[in-house]
Design a protein around this ligand. Structure first.
Ligand SMILES: Cc1cc2nc3c(=O)[nH]c(=O)nc-3n(C[C@H](O)[C@H](O)[C@H](O)COP(=O)(O)OP(=O)(O)OC[C@H]3O[C@@H](n4cnc5c(N)ncnc54)[C@H](O)[C@@H]3O)c2cc1C
Length: 394
């Protein structure tokens, strides 16, 4: 398989790179250079800039506002955005419910919801997980009962709902019927967060953020017109959604930036009078990470090249998720080891470490989640064992 880019793709990459440098506002450019985290306001500002350029939803078809890029161009755009350290847009509208409505929604739902997802006027969150339904999502218990008069009444609880406190809408999987299998009888609902009876309660994480909510539904009445497709077929739609943009899960651009950061920290951290970068142990760890990342980059290019030839990304995207998130975590482990107690910036005297490294510990803690969300890594290993390795007993 030929993994090299064509001259047209190389020219597109230069065009994207130049545009990002000219479009990224100076304050965000400074933050990107300092590896600082972006606030919601900055992310939304960047969303609007990408929207005006027509690149906010690279994978949406042209008829509904997408830019009409092919799979390799989409990949290049996403890789360049990561390499530039631009804010990462929320995936829930653009990457999840939007594509689902495009594929399974009716005309009225497309007209009502898609333009506002694109423009960023309406922000979405994801209501899948429950206290006893995570990896085994089909065990979900949130009930949706038809009142026979054009509404469903929702009762139950979701959890881990990222940024639900800021969202305008939530997409929810809820049980409408008891079917022969637990995957039957699930509906896919579009719910206005202002609906009486919907309550999002944030809770604090080890990264010291209020990024997640428990979301409660107490007799929340949802119009039947906000059910996507058939009210018992939500599982099928939710599963189909997993197929969207699986070429982008590896985060190679992000990890490439982190390796630059690791080298910077290793150059400025002294051990026994010498920069850590000169110590064989650290040099070996950095070299190992770079080799692993290069292998992942090649695996990612192979998936993109396959998709460009019309081959839908299959279970091999589990390898990208598995290794991509492991490498992201290894980058932060190495930074923490290099910085030692200085990484715990909240205990430092001001000026002990450069401001740009102050977020290392909280980012490290946040990234513990990367091997859990979007299908935990153990679940990805199950998929690889069954679908790729054909191991017995799986
Ligand atoms: C940062 C973050 C953001 C999230 N945001 C959202 C959100 O916005 N909306 C939403 O709906 N959900 C969200 N989630 C929830 C996420 O989808 C679940 O955490 C995930 O599906 C795992 O479910 P669980 O936490 O219930 O763990 P469990 O499913 O209980 O798993 C516990 C452990 O057992 C392992 N395990 C489970 N089953 C198997 C198996 N069959 N074989 C091998 N090992 C297994 C898992 O890998 C894990 O290590 C988020 C989670 C995190 C961490």
């Amino acid at each position: 398989m030929d993994l090299s880019f064509t001259p047209a793709q190389i020219a597109f990459r230069s065009q994207v790179r130049e545009w990002i440098q000219s479009a990224l506002p100076p304050d965000m450019k400074a933050k990107a250079a300092a590896d600082a985290s972006f606030h919601r306001e900055e992310t939304m500002r960047w969303h609007k800039i990408l929207y005006e350029k027509g690149w906010v939803a690279p994978h949406w078809p042209k008829e509904v506002g997408g830019p009409g890029l092919d799979v390799t161009e989409r990949f290049i755009l996403s890789e360049e955005l990561e390499l530039a350290g631009a804010p990462t847009l929320s995936p829930f509208g653009l990457g999840m419910v939007g594509p689902l409505i495009i594929q399974f929604g009716n005309k009225a739902q497309k007209e009502r919801f898609l333009p506002k997802i694109l423009s960023g006027e309406e922000v979405w969150c994801q209501g899948y997980s429950e206290p006893n339904a995570g990896s085994d999502l089909a065990s979900l218990k949130l009930r949706a009962e038809s009142d026979g008069k054009g509404h469903y009444v929702l009762n139950g609880q979701k959890t881990w709902t990222t940024y639900a406190q800021f969202a305008d809408w939530i997409f929810v999987l809820a049980r409408t019927e008891q079917g022969p299998k637990k995957q039957n009888g699930i509906g896919f609902f579009l719910v206005d967060m202002k609906t009486p009876g919907v309550l999002a309660k944030p809770f604090l994480t080890t990264g010291n953020t209020l990024a997640f909510c428990e979301t409660w539904f107490e007799n929340a009445r949802v119009p039947a017109e906000n059910v996507v497709g058939e009210p018992t077929m939500g599982w099928t739609y939710a599963k189909a959604l997993l197929g969207h943009e699986r070429t982008l899960v590896a985060g190679v651009g992000r990890s490439t930036r982190q390796i630059v950061r690791i080298k910077r920290i290793a150059q400025s951290t002294m051990i026994d009078g010498r920069p850590a970068f000169e110590h064989p142990g650290y040099r070996a760890r950095i070299a190992r990470l770079e080799m692993d990342l290069e292998a992942l980059r090649m695996a990612n290019y192979r998936t993109v090249a396959g998709a460009q030839l019309g081959k839908a990304p299959g279970p091999e995207s589990s390898i990208l998720k598995l290794r991509g998130t492991e490498i992201q975590q290894e980058c932060y482990e190495l930074m923490m080891d290099l910085m030692g107690t200085h990484a715990l910036s909240w205990f430092n005297e001001p000026g002990t470490i450069p401001a740009r490294e102050e977020a290392v510990a909280s980012d490290h803690n946040y990234l513990r989640a990367a091997t859990i969300y979007a299908g935990s890594n153990e679940i990805q290993k199950n998929i690889i064992a069954k679908m790729i390795l054909d191991l017995p007993g799986t």
